[in-house]
Write a protein that binds this ligand. Structure first.
Ligand code: SF4
Length: 383
């Protein structure tokens, strides 16, 4: 992507952090871990009792962390901690962005209080979506989260536009960060608003401690957010506040690549992803045409086996649609041995997606009124 393209209206500062690494994809997680001081998550997973390990942890989708020792300690010893996340209400959750939501709900089940940010301020600054429009999308986002199991009684759900502390702190942070640092993390942007939005995001991550005092907090992010996470930790330890912070912790998960074989799921490429609310016919079409690790002919595949390591169908099983580790392992072995062919494997996935989608949409519909009540009870700027 050229600098000019990166700077065009609507480019998200978060996307730019992806571009800062490997030209838009995260191909080398080891290099990323070394560069950003990310530690492997697997040894920490072992400290959790077996019934508290999510499959995203046990199969290495969550591959790394910074500072998670304090959060694991809080989980194991029933101490207070927070789990912070957010969404830019410019669109629904799609099959890639749901990974973060699933992690957040799991950490809540392990005892964390959720801070969920509806980043409508950022939606306005980056996408120029009016606050009233963002509110409608935010209702959909909250309904998704409730359908995934979020307990709103142990959650602080807020709009960026209506939470004064994130704007106050965001402005304060901006006076302690140099333009060189901003360019290093987010690239060169033509509008100041992109940088402002990033500063407010940092305040979002620290909000649990701003409001409740020092405590362990975890923010689950995709690998592409490593530069932003590092800047957040740097700012938290700069000693510019009366109030002290525990360094915020992060988990890092792998990113699902595009279903069509492209490097990443991108809204600019509809064949690379799907929404759960998409028509099942469209989802089926995308899955039938997905990029796999299969061979050119069935005979060749029976003889040589497939390669799940590069297969987007296998990725979908791994990230979302096969929660049973043993069943996933069996599928992998049957693929490698040539016993399982791609046609069957895709067909089985389509059935699983259909079942998951139906249940999710039914639950989501049942939560729409509650989501509306939650979101509309928060103030919306009349701008
Ligand atoms: S059999 Fe399944 S996992 Fe293996 S390459 Fe084909 S679609 Fe992918």
């Amino acid at each position: 992507m050229t600098e000019e393209e990166k700077n065009k209206e609507g480019t998200d500062p978060q996307e730019l952090t992806v571009d800062a690494l490997d030209g838009g994809t995260i191909e080398n997680y080891e290099r990323l871990m070394k560069e950003f001081g990310i530690k492997p998550f697997a040894p920490l997973v072992q400290k959790l009792p077996a019934d508290k390990r999510h499959f995203l942890m046990t199969r290495g989708v969550i591959f790394g962390h910074t500072g998670m020792e304090q959060v694991i300690d809080a989980i194991v010893n029933n101490k207070k901690f927070a789990v912070m996340t957010g969404i830019k209400p410019s669109n629904s959750y799609h099959i890639g962005s749901l990974t973060t939501a699933v992690e957040v709900v799991h950490f809540q089940k392990l005892g964390g209080k959720v801070y969920f940010c509806l980043a409508d301020f950022e939606t306005y600054v980056v996408n120029r979506i009016p606050f009233s429009e963002a509110e409608k999308i935010a209702i959909d986002n909250v309904a998704d989260l409730l359908a995934l199991g979020l307990d709103e009684k142990n959650a602080y759900i807020y709009k960026q536009s209506a939470e004064p502390m994130v704007k106050h702190y965001g402005l304060i942070f901006s006076s302690h960060v140099t333009m060189n640092e901003l360019r290093g993390v987010y690239g060169l942007k033509t509008r100041l608003g992109y940088y402002n939005a990033a500063m407010v995001q940092i305040a979002d991550i620290l909000l649990p401690q701003i409001l409740e005092g020092p405590m362990p907090t975890v923010t689950p992010v995709g690998a592409d957010q490593a530069p932003h996470a590092r800047l957040t930790r740097d700012i938290a330890k700069r000693g510019i506040f009366k109030q002290k912070f525990n360094l915020p912790s992060f988990t890092y998960h792998k990113l699902i690549a595009g279903i069509d074989g492209s490097d990443k799921m991108s809204k600019r490429n509809p064949l690379s992803f799907f929404y759960l609310h998409d028509d099942m016919k469209d989802i089926t079409y995308k899955l039938k045409n997905a990029f796999t690790g299969g061979k050119d002919t069935a005979a060749e595949q029976r003889k040589l086996g497939g390669n799940p390591d590069i297969c987007r169908i296998f990725d979908l099983y791994k990230f979302m649609f096969e929660p049973d580790d043993k069943a996933l392992k069996e599928r992998e072995e049957r693929c490698r041995s040539g016993e399982l062919l791609c046609g069957t494997c895709k067909k089985e996935l389509i059935e699983k997606v259909k079942e998951f989608r139906e249940k999710h949409l039914e639950l989501k519909t049942s939560y729409m009124d509650k989501a509306k009540e939650i979101v509309t009870s928060l103030e919306t700027p009349d701008i």
